[in-house]
Write a protein that binds this ligand. Structure first.
Ligand code: ADP
Ligand code: MG
Length: 484
């Protein structure tokens, strides 16, 4: 279903392009050896280069370059063997050098694609325009003193990848799916932790509206939105606002806006006319970055199996549908957990226990799979007990709940609580006879054609056996006996 905004003059379509700043996982900064650890004491991780001291020379960190190339390969993108670092000039208190080192016309990574997994199991491709490397700025702290602003330069010089999409998204949901998928890929690759709350992944949201099929309209750019939910809200608000402006005969001005999550609105920050002229020019302290194809090939060899490939494999190897496979591969740890459970067992059954039972339960308490009190081995053990008829699927639910609570092994719980399934036909015979004797009127009704009552008898027998009777045996024996 296409996302449309109803206006006075008909339906409007929203067009979205995202620019994501992803902090590179690296112990050292892009052009200095200073540390990058999050949460360190202010200004404790600052070299002379980061502090913009005159005469200090930047030296590129090869590992950060490798991380960017890895990310480019993960996005199926073109790797540019020659790229150039430029100075982007502007004045700000948290930018002591007076310029940011970035890449402008010749980025390290060119065009690529991301496949979105949409909630209905559909997928859709979004183009990547480029990925370039740049340094982060410091941080201005406005809330530490009543009249002063403090500057923390720990973040200054940390490597960022700016990943720019094409304007290929058409709804807030697609934008969310894009960010989720990008984050998953970055985490698989180990090139960015994707943690939006800590600011290691930030998003600028470009939005325009148009009548379906018309040329693109003028866009606005909402800066530094720091959660996927806020991105969705900012798009919804911004698209509606633009439709209103246009329908009243106004024009959209290309401008930078900010999202206020408390009010749920975007506000103008500066228009394109006031926008900076950054006066980009190649940084004279840095040579063009030249990579060898052989080195790029070596980096390629280190890539893990990526989410799309894993998803396809889960579907063919374990017979999963697209939705379940998508849920499982969304996190690498989750996919690994699943595979450990599924190994040598029924893949679909394993998926049901992992997704339906385990992820459902963990979700309720906001935990992820790495915090599961149930190990993959034990969940597999539970499935084995069902498969070999030691317990029924019904009893397995109770054992699962107990495992979640205590972390005990399934076999231990089954023995301790006497939950073994009754497959002894004598005991089942007896239970059935007792139930029939206590419900003679119903037996008569059944025999005179009211076959719907069969379920009632099954329920009674299961209750009499505390759910432990083997359901298949109960069915068979009950059928015989009721026939009389
Ligand atoms: P700039 O350098 O001014 O930020 P770019 O050409 O790099 O401009 O584009 C920035 C982002 O804006 C890209 O993600 C792109 O997809 C998006 N974009 C471009 N045109 C539109 C449009 N008409 N509507 C929505 N997004 C757009
Ligand atoms: Mg931009």
């Amino acid at each position: 279903m296409a996302y449309r905004i109803e206006g006075e003059t008909g339906e409007w379509e929203v067009v979205i392009g995202l620019e994501v700043h992803a902090q590179v996982i690296s112990n050292a900064k892009l052009f200095s050896g200073a540390a990058t650890a999050f949460g360190a004491a202010p200004n404790s991780q600052v070299s002379f280069v980061d502090a913009g001291f005159p005469g200090m020379l930047p030296v590129i960190n090869e590992f950060c370059v490798e991380q960017a190339v890895k990310t480019g390969l993960g996005l199926k993108a073109q790797i540019n063997l020659r790229s150039v670092f430029d100075r982007k000039n502007y004045f700000y208190a948290d930018l002591p050098s007076g310029y940011q080192i970035s890449q402008y016309k010749q980025p390290i990574v060119g065009e690529g694609t991301i496949i979105l997994d949409l909630p209905d199991g559909e997928s859709r491709e979004v183009g990547i325009e480029r990925l370039h490397l740049e340094v982060d700025a410091g941080k201005s702290l406005h809330d530490q003193h009543p009249t002063k602003t403090y500057v923390d330069l720990n973040r200054a010089g940390v490597a960022l990848m700016e990943i720019v999409s094409r304007p290929d998204m058409r709804s807030p949901e697609e934008a969310a799916a894009y960010l989720r998928k990008l984050r998953t890929i970055l985490r698989y690759l180990g090139t960015c932790d994707g943690n939006m709350e800590e600011g290691s992944m930030r998003c600028d949201v470009n939005v325009s509206v148009r009548k379906p099929g018309a040329p693109y309209g003028t866009r606005t750019e909402t800066k530094n939105v720091n959660s996927i939910r806020y991105v969705q809200q900012a798009i919804e608000y911004e698209a509606k606002r633009q439709v209103e402006v246009l329908e009243e005969g106004g024009e959209i001005v290309q401008e930078t806006r900010l999202y206020d999550p408390n009010k749920g609105v975007t506000r103008s920050m500066r228009s394109k006319e006031e926008a900076h002229d950054y006066r980009y020019f190649p940084d004279p302290d840095l040579l063009p970055l030249v990579l060898e194809q052989g080195w790029v090939e070596q980096v390629k060899q280190t890539l893990p199996e990526l989410p799309d490939d894993k998803k396809a494999r889960f579907m063919s190897e374990y017979g999963l549908n697209a939705y379940d496979a998508g849920v499982l591969v969304a996190e690498r740890a989750r996919a690994d957990f699943y595979e450990e459970v599924a190994r040598g067992r029924d893949g679909k059954m394993a998926a049901n226990y992992v997704i339906g039972d385990l992820l459902g339960a963990l979700n309720k308490t906001g935990r992820d799979i790495t915090e599961s009190p149930i190990s993959a081995e034990d969940l597999g053990g539970l499935i084995d007990l069902v498969t070999d008829n030691t317990i029924s699927g019904r009893i397995a639910k109770d054992v699962f709940a107990e495992m979640l609570e205590t972390g005990e092994k399934p076999a231990v719980i089954v023995e301790k609580k006497g939950l073994r399934q009754v497959t002894d036909t004598g005991a089942i015979d007896k239970a059935i006879e007792d139930v029939m004797a206590a419900n003679q009127d119903k037996v008569a009704e059944y025999r005179s054609g009211k076959e719907k009552l069969f379920g009632f008898f099954v329920g009674q027998v299961m209750r009499a056996t505390q759910g432990k009777a083997n359901p298949a045996l109960v069915n068979d024996i009950l059928k015989q006996k009721l026939q009389g």
